[in-house]
Design a binder for this molecule. Structure first.
Ligand SMILES: [Mn+2]
Length: 417
């Protein structure tokens, strides 16, 4: 019997807060060690191994040390790009690790007119065949799927794994219903295992002709909204799959490295300062040491501004009491004095999307591709590009130049599409 590990959405480098940063890398290291301990033959990463395409070198160094450990034991790592660690017109950390032979990028496309052929990577030891489609910027990989020569892949004999980093329309969790996704009919049929990534919620599925569709969810805790689920006790980890000619078993291996405390408060009808004391009072006597604390507030304040609730003070108080991280979600808190946009109760990316969509209609430009839905897409892509921090050692001037180049490129690409 052979075994492989299926990891997705590790998002290494996602956290800036030192405690979480440390835990994030430690969890990745323990995961690599666990893979050795479980005797896996290879490891497959379904995208978003890193949080950005050009991560902090300290993060890369730590991750590399952990990966070299499994490599020394003859366990290969295969990977595809995710939506985060893909770099539109540059070199991503995944490319560098691929060049260094620390992992193998199994997304090997060749285009023949409108048709996309995927190279199949054969794992030497087990003979398992792996094909995969990397993510591109939001939803664009769906074009790959449409162009995919499925027949050739379906004709491949032997134990086959298909890796992808996209939501499947039929399987999206309710709160992600607005997210871009790929119709499952576009996947090649008859593979033994569909190694999914991108959906930050663990799930095992089957659809007609598609057995063993698995999304492991984030390896660590994810970020933003994910922290809420982690604090509520959702287990994070990866999958170990046993196989010979077919999948014999698949097991989730939890890697949670801390406990959580989750509290939510409806502040409707309260004054901001009262609301603050109520929350502080409620946290008295709660043991937060060594835990992730997530506080979600919602409702409409009767008086005062959201900032006057004093959540920042609560955060430092809980940190002093040993909380490893305090995540405050006040997206759904409204105040009568607030101005501007209120998009409530969602993850940051969908709030951004809505904001762009609502504003795109108001922009008066002649270029068709900068208006409406298409304009919103351009805005989202630009925001994603310009969020990249400068590279280590990159001068301000070079950074600015690169941002301008990539921005112009994104604008022109949209024009052509
Ligand atoms: Mn992800």
């Amino acid at each position: 019997m052979h075994r492989f590990a299926h990891i997705a959405d590790a998002h290494l480098g996602a956290h800036r807060e030192p405690n979480l940063q440390k835990l994030e890398l430690r969890t990745f290291d323990s995961t690599m060690k666990k893979c050795v301990e479980l005797g896996v033959d290879f490891i497959l990463v379904s995208g978003d191994l890193f949080h950005v395409g050009i991560p902090d070198l300290g993060v890369v160094d730590a991750a590399l040390k952990s990966m070299m450990e499994v490599q020394r034991r003859g366990i290969p790592i295969y990977a595809i790009y995710g939506s985060h660690d893909y770099t539109p017109n540059g070199t991503s950390v995944i490319d560098i690790l691929n060049t260094a032979g620390v992992l193998s990028n199994v997304f090997r496309p060749t285009f023949d007119g409108d048709s996309l052929h995927l190279g199949v990577t054969v794992d030497e030891k087990t003979g398992a065949k792996i094909a995969g489609i990397s993510a591109r910027k939001i939803g664009l990989e769906s074009r790959y799927f449409v162009a995919l020569d499925r027949g050739a892949l379906e004709a491949e004999q032997g134990f086959k794994i298909f890796a992808f980093h996209s939501g499947l329309t039929e399987l999206k969790p309710g709160h992600l219903s607005a997210m871009e996704s790929v119709d499952s009919s576009l996947l090649p049929k008859g593979f033994d295992y569909y190694a999914g990534g991108h959906i930050h919620e663990r799930g095992e599925f089957r659809l007609p002709g598609l057995e063993n569709i698995v999304f492991p969810g984030p390896l660590f805790t994810g970020y933003g909204r994910d922290l809420e689920a982690t604090a509520k006790g959702e287990r994070r980890g990866f999958y170990v799959v046993e196989f010979d000619e077919h999948v014999r078993s698949k097991k989730f291996v939890p890697m949670n490295s801390f406990e959580g405390v989750f509290r939510e408060y409806d502040l409707t009808g309260r004054n901001a300062p009262d609301a603050g004391s109520m929350i502080a009072e409620d946290f008295k006597g709660v043991n937060v040491a060594g835990k992730l604390v997530v506080v979600r507030v919602f409702g409409e304040l009767a008086g005062g501004r959201a900032s006057e609730v004093g959540l920042a003070g609560l955060r430092s108080n809980l940190s002093e009491r040993g909380a490893i991280h305090v995540y405050l979600n006040r997206n759904a808190l409204k105040s009568k004095e607030a101005t501007g946009h209120v998009f409530s109760g969602e993850e940051p990316s969908s709030i951004e999307r809505k904001l762009f969509e609502s504003e795109a209609g108001k922009v008066d430009v002649a270029e068709e591709h900068l208006r409406g839905q298409q304009g919103a897409e351009v805005g989202i892509e630009l925001l994603r590009l310009w969020r990249q921090p400068p590279k280590l050692g990159e001068t301000k001037k070079d950074y600015a130049g690169r941002m301008v180049r990539e921005g112009v490129h994104a604008l022109e690409k949209e024009k052509q599409s």
